[in-house]
Design a protein around this ligand. Structure first.
Ligand SMILES: *Cc1c(COP(=O)(O)O)cnc(C)c1O
Length: 396
């Protein structure tokens, strides 16, 4: 059986257990940048060629830290993907700024052309998500950010180690965030991290969620914000050292995780290319995805069964193929249609409807998500055979 449990990320090995035990004996509360926190942040910053890295207790809070760090406020507009996991965008509601959603390109990522159409004199920043590990069109998007002098942020929560034109994602903009949660490519169970080269974003992110010792340690006494070090802004978003020990151990293996996944992805690509009615979503000319997941478009006209039943047939064989549900176009969610019952100050300012972003909706209704394992290929070959068999059995 190919069950979810067998291949749940992170894969807990003997080394993972040892890393947790070692940390358990050292310290389970770390108040400043030291120990396992400093070790992981420094490694992560170096990998992304970045001056600062800051761990948080979730990817959502890493994103919030970027938005607060960049001083988004009422009157600002932030350009965001209409199709992403909602937590890319929801922290913006705590700043007063308006999320301006954009439709998708052929890869399910934010469309640079729609970004440019949505820019106004109020636009302060763009946030992109590299969906399912497929990098966005960063050449075009970086140029737009430069041309209009606006900030550029990346949500890399699906894309640890994904590469766009020989450059790893998370290195294109003013700040980037990653989730280190559950099934993410690097995971501590729960956690998040941000990187930035901008001192002011970093200090403000520290003040948001890391008050007292760490602020006093890192914000120089000559800096205008250092007098707030004791209280910061008053929230606490620190990560748990045991979670960081797990993520740190996973990160040590990133290279081998990626190379195993890329090999397994190739097996499936060859199979999918041989099936009428299934189409891979990935730009392999310009990108080297991390294959957090493989997304394919299911052409219902080419099969005698629906997408839902096709997925059910595979699921009956014990495969964890699914239709991503909670990652939906944001305009179908109540928070983006009528935010005012939760965020009163947004009354009359945001009212998306189900008819907005037709391309995102169409994509959402056609895709199937295939997990890519980091095993030696055995499971993947079985998956590929099943995919082929079931496709042939129900071909129109
Ligand atoms: C998982 C995820 C987040 C949120 O991260 P958490 O660690 O769960 O808070 C944000 N954006 C994207 C794209 C994600 O996949």
């Amino acid at each position: 059986m190919i069950t979810k449990n067998n291949f749940e990320c992170p894969i807990i090995t003997k080394d993972t257990k040892q890393a947790v035990l070692n940390q358990l004996e050292k310290s389970i509360s770390i108040y400043d940048k030291s120990g396992i926190i400093a070790e992981f942040e420094d490694k992560f910053a170096k990998y992304h060629n970045s001056r600062y890295a800051l761990l948080t207790n979730s990817g959502t809070n890493a994103l919030l830290s970027i938005y607060i760090g960049a001083q988004l406020r009422e009157g600002d507009e932030i350009i965001c993907p209409a199709y992403t996991f909602f937590a890319t965008v929801t922290p913006i509601f705590f700043t007063g700024a308006i999320p301006v959603l954009c439709d998708i390109d052929e890869y399910g990522n934010i469309d640079p052309k729609d970004i440019e159409r949505k820019i106004t004199s109020k636009t302060k920043a763009i946030i992109v998500t590299h969906m399912w590990g497929n990098p966005c069109k960063m050449d075009e998007i970086s140029l737009i950010a430069k041309k209009y002098n606006i900030l550029l942020f990346e949500d890399c929560s699906h894309a640890h180690g994904s590469v766009y034109k020989n450059k790893v994602v998370g290195t294109f903009g003013d700040a980037a965030a990653w989730s280190l949660q559950g099934p993410k490519t690097i995971s501590g169970g729960e956690g998040g991290i941000l990187v930035t080269n901008t001192e002011e974003i970093y200090y403000r992110a520290l003040l948001l969620g890391h008050y007292n010792k760490r602020c006093k340690q890192e914000i120089p006494s000559t800096h205008k914000l250092s007098k707030y070090s004791t209280t910061g802004m008053g929230l606490k978003l620190r990560s748990h050292p045991l979670a960081v020990a797990i993520a740190n151990q996973q990160f040590t293996n990133l290279k081998s995780i990626l190379s195993a996944r890329r090999k397994n992805a190739q097996i499936l690509i060859d199979t999918i290319n041989s099936i009428q009615g299934l189409k891979l979503v990935a730009d392999l000319t310009h990108c080297n995805p991390n294959w957090y997941a493989m997304i394919i478009i299911f052409d219902a006209d080419k099969f005698t069964i629906s997408r839902e039943n096709f997925v059910k047939m595979l699921a009956n064989e014990g495969l964890v193929i699914d239709i991503p549900d909670s990652t939906s176009p944001l305009n179908i969610l109540p928070l983006f249609q009528k935010p005012e019952l939760l965020f009163p100050s947004y009354k009359g300012k945001i009212h998306y409807t189900v008819n907005d972003f037709p391309r995102a909706i169409e994509f959402y209704k056609k895709i199937i998500k295939i997990p890519i394992f980091s095993d030696n290929g055995q499971v993947t070959r079985r998956l590929a055979r099943l995919l082929k068999n079931i496709s042939e059995k129900y071909a129109r």
